[in-house]
Design a protein around this ligand. Structure first.
Ligand SMILES: *Cc1c(COP(=O)(O)O)cnc(C)c1O
Length: 353
């Protein structure tokens, strides 16, 4: 049988092997239903159980307070770029955006189609190599939008901005469940699943209840958060198989010891690679400020991809807009995989240095 490689893809990303094996076991016949999960009616009790378990696992892992709704939507994080301003802004109102990379830029572009997104801070002057520390926040803004982890640039917010009464909205696509967060500090959190939660196809939205109540009603049905709240994300057919796989990933995170443990392991993985980068900085020149380094996506400059592929590592190519090497080490990448790569990096220096 062909061998699984150490897969450092940025997204869709590696999944825990135990999750894939469980899915394989369940594939033709799920739980004595006589059919596969993807053949179940989304109105059936068997599916309803998967759906509600996924929600409660997420609620428990992230410690989501009761005044938040958890939604499972489609359209990726990219649809949220539009749905957020569509629901929370109206003509004449505006939101603040802090621009830390190409995902934030895409987000503000949508806000400007619908109403207005004001740039309240940006690191574009230095090619998104840092997280801005000074912002120009407006008390009248309907929300402040940030990108929690910049998957392409390799930076991450390590302390979130204080927004007082302005709801904080965060794109957590590439770092949700990688560390503990205080959900009560946010108005809305969203994440496409394919980095840290499961396969592509489902997008998690965690939204404070008052924001749903205040949202615009004169917009298309499927684009209204209220529609999905009222029908518990089954107004239309949800991506049932993606939600089922996400449920398995959430169980896996819980079995690993929850977010505290995830954060601890993730920090160890990132430290392993950053230590080698700093030690051999002539070879591995990081592209970002140290204090803003991502624990999820690590940017290296030297192109050693071809040799790495030969050695059984994949997914290391930097985003086409940046080039170089990017190591994505989401929850499902084991410390062992990172240590193997680290050995390869050191060998690479020894051979070429
Ligand atoms: C991958 C990614 C996106 C885009 O997600 P889609 O699900 O493809 O729309 C948006 N934001 C961040 C931070 C990402 O990492």
């Amino acid at each position: 049988m062909a061998k699984r490689i150490w897969n450092f893809n940025p997204g869709p990303a590696t999944l825990p092997l135990s999750v894939l094996e469980k899915a394989r076991t369940d594939l033709p016949i799920y739980n004595n239903t006589g059919m596969a999960v993807m053949e179940l009616s989304h109105r059936s009790d068997d599916y309803a159980k998967i759906h509600s378990e996924a929600k409660s696992l997420l609620k428990n892992l992230l410690n989501i307070p009761d005044n938040y709704y958890i939604l499972f939507l489609q359209g990726g994080a990219s649809l949220q770029f539009a749905m957020i301003p569509l629901n929370l802004l109206s003509p004449g109102s505006f939101a603040d955006y802090i621009i830390t990379g190409s995902w934030s830029k895409k987000a503000i572009t949508e806000a400007n189609i619908i109403a207005e997104g004001k740039v309240a801070g940006t690191s574009e002057d230095k090619n998104f190599s840092y997280i801005p520390k000074d912002f120009d926040l407006h008390a009248e803004a309907k929300y402040l939008h940030i990108t929690s982890n910049n998957t392409i640039a390799g930076t991450q917010w390590h302390t979130y901005p204080d927004t007082e009464n302005v709801p904080l909205v965060a794109d957590m696509s590439s770092d949700i469940l990688s560390r503990k967060v205080d959900v009560s500090k946010f108005g809305l959190i969203y994440a496409g699943a394919q980095k840290n939660l499961g396969p592509a196809g489902v997008t998690v939205v965690i939204i404070r209840k008052d924001l749903v109540e205040k949202a615009r009603k004169d917009i298309p049905t499927l684009l209204k958060y209220e529609t999905h709240v009222n029908k518990d994300s089954t107004f239309n057919t949800p991506p049932t198989y993606s939600i089922y796989l996400m449920k398995l990933v959430l169980e896996w995170v819980k079995d690993q010891g929850g977010l505290e443990k995830m954060e601890q392991v993730n920090r160890k993985k990132a430290d392993t690679l950053y230590t080698t980068m700093d030690k051999y900085s002539d070879f591995f020149k990081g592209a970002v400020e140290k204090e803003d380094r991502s624990l999820m996506n690590i940017e290296l400059e030297k192109k050693f991809i071809a040799e790495a592929v030969q050695a059984g590592f994949g997914g290391l190519k930097g985003h086409r807009s940046v080039g170089g090497v990017r190591v994505s080490i989401y929850n499902a990448m084991s410390l062992q995989g990172v240590e193997e790569l680290n050995k390869f990096m050191i060998n690479f220096v020894m051979k070429n240095g």
